[in-house]
Write a protein that binds this ligand. Sequence first.
Ligand code: NAD
Ligand code: GLY
Length: 360
Amino acid sequence: MKQLKVILGKRSYPISIGSNIIQKDDIFWPLKPGNQAMLVTNKTLANLLKDKVLYHLRKSGIKIDQVILSDGEQYKTLNEMELIISALLEKKHTRDTTLIALGGGVIGDLTGFAASVYQRGVAFIQIPTTLLAQVDASVGGKTAVNHLLGKNMIGSFWQPASVIIDIDCLKTLPQKELVSGIAEVIKYAIVFDEKFYSWLEENIENILSLDHEIMSYCIKKCCELKSKIISLDERENNFRALLNLGHTYGHAIETHAGYGNWLHGEAISVGIVMAARTSKILGYLKETDFKRIITLLKRTGLPVKGPKNMSAASYIPYMMRDKKVISGEIRLVLPLSIGKSEIYNHVDKNIILTAIKESQ
Ligand code: NAD
Ligand code: GLY
């Protein structure tokens, strides 16, 4: 088992990565025998992993209840969050309870948000079961639910007490979901690390076939990159925003298409292409780097073109509601080269529109 740490003073926490680690002694730290906890999962994971996790929680002496939510991005809502709160109240959970999120980014975001508001804040543990949640969503304490007008518009920063990443979970993950998660992996490499990008180019087939060593390295690398950023800029006052490469466009696609119709990673893939094209038009990103980005996304099986029925102009209102907007100005993360990105404030709207049109 490998362990990393997100350093945030008293709120620092471990990320444990390994195979079948759910059965290791003390893995549910800081939970101790006799502690109360609520497992939050969805109907899909209830059939796959819930019983195994419950068995080991009970074996560790934890008093565990459970709540099972519907599966899908369209259920990342205030309504579903309230179901978690109701379950906590019905089962008389007090302020020293711990919520445990077992699932992908949707369950992680919902559970984290519920933990941040239940009785003004209780602890929670992340057990991410998709690649996307293992490399990104479970680390860093962003929690949220969607609003019909915008993705992740209601939420909080609330760090988990621990992140438990069991690579074996990925064996049951549908291929489309694995591919979606790789979009966030490629994002890290474009933003921060050219060497990692070259490694991905060499190893993408091994990632797609879930080679154990390769996956282990890949997940650890992404968690290392993310934990460093979180330790330096927890609340996105500065360069944490770089982790949003592709998201300003991608969230527009997800919201416009109706939540769940485009997978998050698929929308982010197209968003990365749009950001890269914007940068190329502005003369920052070289054609050779642009082509490398398109090639890797395509080899992964990710889309590189936006939805046909979404006009370029219709992206703008969603982009204007992006959380990075300041004083009515869209702020974009643009790749300058593979391994280096920056945040730009005053990009001409016509250039943004041209980049979107050329990516349709
Ligand atoms: P998801 O949570 O919807 O999971 C994808 C699908 O895979 C679901 O149907 C789920 O039930 C199923 N699944 C999960 N684990 C499985 C397993 N081991 N075997 C079989 N099926 C499994 O989607 P996701 O891609 O994990 O997460 C996307 C969400 O994460 C979005 O809402 C996005 O906004 C959010 N997100 C949050 C952050 C953050 O920092 N908080 C970062 C990135 C993304
Ligand atoms: N996924 C972007 C972030 O956590 O900041």
